[in-house]
Each structure stands twice: as C-alpha cells, then as structure tokens.
Design a protein around this ligand. Structure first.
Ligand SMILES: Cc1cc2nc3c(=O)[nH]c(=O)nc-3n(C[C@H](O)[C@H](O)[C@H](O)COP(=O)(O)OP(=O)(O)OC[C@H]3O[C@@H](n4cnc5c(N)ncnc54)[C@H](O)[C@@H]3O)c2cc1C
Length: 415
C-alpha cells in the first residue's frame, strides 16, 4: 500500500468519518489526517441511542474505536471537537472552523451526516424532541420512567425501537403514524403488519393514518381526527435531511444528499463525501438514493479511504444496502429492495421467526428477516449475487441455504 503524504481533512466524526480516518491508518496512509467534529462528545456510535443506551446510560460503551483516536501524535489522527466547519472554499482548499481557525486540505471528505426533520406543529415545545445525538438520548432517558406518557410521532425504525424501550420502562406509549402502515420506507407491508401486531400486543397504542395537528397548553396532543392524547414526552422520528449546506455553499452538486460515485467522489475534484450525507447509486434499485444505514456509513467510508490511499488498486463501493432494527424481542434485518413483483415467506410468521424474500424479473432482490439471523446472512448473499433461485426452492424448509449460496457464488463467477 502506498504512503503518499498529503493532508486529508474529514468533516464529521460519526461512523463514516471515524471509519474513513481509521481505515486510512490501517492501510498505512502516511499523510496527516484531521477529523473535525461539531459535537463536544468523543465520537460515538448512534444505533445504541434508541436501544441499550436508554437502559444503561453507559456512554463509554458506545465510543467509536477510542484506541484509534486517543493518541493525537502527528502520525495518528488529529481530532478537533466542538468546533464545526462553518465555511468551505473548494478553490483555495481552505476550511474555516467556528472559532476562526483555518485549515488547508489536499483531500476533503464530507461526512456530516443528517439531522432529524422537524414537525412545525411541535417546534419549540419544551417536552417535544428528536433522537439523533447522545444529548437527545440522555434527555429521553431522564424523562422515561414507569407511567411516563410517551407519544412517538413516526412509525419508522427509530420510533418503533423507542416504543419497545418505552414498554420496557413501563411507560404508557402511543405511536402515531401518518401512513396507513408502519415502516413504509424500510420494510415490506407483511413485515410491517407483523411488527404492528407485536407492538400492540406489548401494549403500544398505535394510531395509523393519523397525524398530530396541535399541542394544547395542557400538553395534550391533538390528532387530525380530533382525538387527544396526554403526553409528558413527545419524540418525533419522521426521517432525516442531509447536512449538505457546506457542499451546496461550495457549488458541489447535492439534492438533499451530496451526489457521489462509487469512490465517494463529488462533482468537485478532491472533495469526497461518505455516509448519511450522500446520495449514491443503489446497486439494487439502480437509482441515486440516500442510504441511511450504519453498514453503509462504514462500508462506503472504508472504500473511499482505500481510494485515497491508493486510487489505482481501489474498487468502487457497491455493497448491497442492509440494516437491522431491534424492537423489543424482535430483531429485524433487511437487505436490498423492499418490494418486487413476486414474494415468498421462508419459515412460519406465527413461530416468530421467518424471512420474506422478494424477486423482480426472476432475480432475488430483497430479504427482510425477523429473528432469523442465520437465514438472513445467506439470503443477503443471494440478493447481492442477483440469484435466480426460484421461490419454491428457497422456501423449502429442508433447503440448505449455505450450499445454495455456495452454488450461486460459483454460477455468478464470470467465465
Ligand atoms: C437513534 C438512532 C438509531 C439508529 N439505529 C440504527 C440501526 O439499528 N441500524 C442501522 O443500520 N442504522 C441505524 N441508525 C443509522 C446510523 O446510525 C447512521 O446511518 C450512521 O450513524 C450515519 O453515520 P454518518 O457518520 O454518516 O453520520 P452521523 O452519524 O450523523 O455523523 C455526522 C457527524 O457530523 C457532524 N457534523 C455535521 N456538520 C458538521 C460540520 N459543519 N462540522 C463538523 N461536524 C459536523 C454531526 O454533528 C455528526 O456528529 C440509527 C441512527 C440513529 C440516530
């Protein structure tokens, strides 16, 4: 691996930024690496914020690779905390930080992530908030206790994970979702229905096809059907928007997500972007999309670091998108497309363990698995390979997925 000595500045120290910085070092990159973070906190992992952290409040347990960032010697990674980049000049290759400090870069990596979308009806209410940062999670943790009336707005993965946590705290949980089903953007309808039954059986009051239109002075939320729900805490989880302002200001192409190719290259030379802030070609759908998952933040960052370290030997990033979501006793894992032109179930939903597989034009394009981790790992590989295995083969309980995957790998190897 080469060791060209130039200065890489990475803006944003979430999973993507930290993965890129540490991967550069793992690859033997000899230039300077600076990681600039807006947050005061040491870099941390976000998925536990709606899961284990709410139970134990252990911030040390969610630190991102502290061993790689603790040393600040020039050969390692310089970490600047609590000092966001406020201006970017792509022509002079200068950045300005909030405290006025300027940084010169040879290669710039934007890893600024995303922020929760706000709901105007709930803006500025003292008991309403979103969940993205450690600070948000600490505030929720402080309020959540037996009897707390928790209202969750949004039936996506974060809302549902929080609902499951609320139940564990013996809170009284209501979840309102504007669509007529849960997880519209990230799971097939059959899976969403399974989740709805699970959460309702656990005691969550789910209102589908409803939205919050106002909050009265006494704290009650008013829905569009006139119903009122008392709430001590309202958490809004209705999706995110890209933190792409620096890119837009510098004339880099973005549309609520910075456009990048497989090497993370933006439309401006030597400026790269990774993670939630990007809009990239989804290898399954073929469309440019934001892929807001932990695995994408990590995988894309590692691919871009490899390109920075040695462009000649790097391969473009084209991993199949996937994510997991822990909701009480359920672990959902999903990869690829959420819909196709044909679908079939492997396993028995009534047993609580099953996978829903999607086909399009005869190819396996997606899988969503509930408490079926081993099947998921195998089926994900069939999605990545674009396997043509038929539904009757894959749903056969006697089918050994491991051998089918091995055979698919052989048959997809170019002659
Ligand atoms: C509560 C929660 C639970 C989740 N659970 C799961 C899960 O179970 N499974 C899954 O696959 N994914 C999950 N995700 C999504 C996953 O965590 C994200 O996809 C991932 O964190 C994205 O990483 P990132 O580095 O691109 O962005 P981020 O983690 O958002 O990091 C970007 C960083 O850049 C900083 N920044 C922004 N602007 C500037 C600036 N101008 N200067 C300096 N710094 C700046 C931000 O403050 C932030 O610290 C979850 C997310 C949340 C919030």
């Amino acid at each position: 691996m080469l060791s060209r000595a130039f200065h890489v500045v990475i803006v944003g120290a979430g999973m993507a930024g930290v993965s890129a910085a540490t991967r550069l070092r793992e690859l033997g990159f000899a230039g300077d690496v600076t990681l600039v973070s807006q947050e005061d906190e040491a870099p941390y992992d976000r998925p536990p914020l709606s899961k284990q952290f709410l139970l134990d409040g252990d911030a040390d347990a969610i630190l991102l690779q502290p061993e790689a960032l603790a040393v600040q010697a020039p050969a390692d990674i310089e970490l600047i905390r609590g000092n966001p980049v406020v201006a970017l000049d792509a022509r002079s290759r200068e950045l300005k930080l909030r405290d006025g400090r300027e940084l010169h870069w040879d290669r710039l990596v934007l890893a600024t992530g995303a922020r929760p979308r706000a709901l105007p009806a709930l803006a500025r209410l003292p008991h309403a908030q979103t969940l993205r940062t450690l600070e948000d999670a600490r505030a929720i943790r402080q309020t959540l206790m037996p009897g707390t009336r928790l209202l969750i707005v949004g039936g996506g993965p974060i809302g549902l994970e929080l609902a499951a946590m609320g139940v564990q705290f013996d809170a009284r949980v209501t979840l309102v979702e504007a669509a007529d089903r849960l997880m519209t953007r990230s799971a097939p309808a059959l899976i969403a229905e399974h989740l709805r039954r699970h959460h309702e059986d656990s005691g969550v009051d789910i209102r589908l096809g409803r939205s919050v239109v106002a909050v009265r002075d006494d704290g009650h939320a008013v829905f569009d059907d006139g119903a009122c729900v008392a709430a001590d805490l309202i958490v809004v989880g209705i999706g995110v928007q890209a933190n792409d302002e620096l890119a837009v200001q510098a004339g880099i192409a973005s549309d609520d997500g910075i456009f990048v190719d497989g090497f993370g290259r933006t439309t401006t030379p030597d400026v790269f972007a990774i993670g939630d802030v990007t809009r990239q070609r989804n290898p399954i759908t073929g469309r440019f999309e934001r892929i807001e998952t932990w695995s994408n933040a990590q995988g894309q960052a590692r691919a871009v670091a490899a390109y920075l370290a040695d462009p000649d030997s790097a391969a473009p990033y084209a991993d199949t998108p996937w994510f997991w979501s822990d909701q009480g006793e359920l672990r959902l894992q999903a990869a690829g497309a959420i819909a196709g032109d044909e679908q079939a179930v492997r396993g028995d939903p009534d047993s609580g363990r099953f996978s829903l597989i999607q086909w399009r034009d005869g190819r396996v394009v997606g899988v969503a698995a509930v408490n079926a981790a081993r099947d998921f790992q195998m089926l994900k590989r069939l999605v990545a390979a674009g396997s043509r295995l038929r539904p009757e083969v894959l749903v056969d309980p006697k089918a050994d997925l491991k051998s089918l995957v091995a055979a698919a790998a052989v048959s997809s190897t170019p002659a």
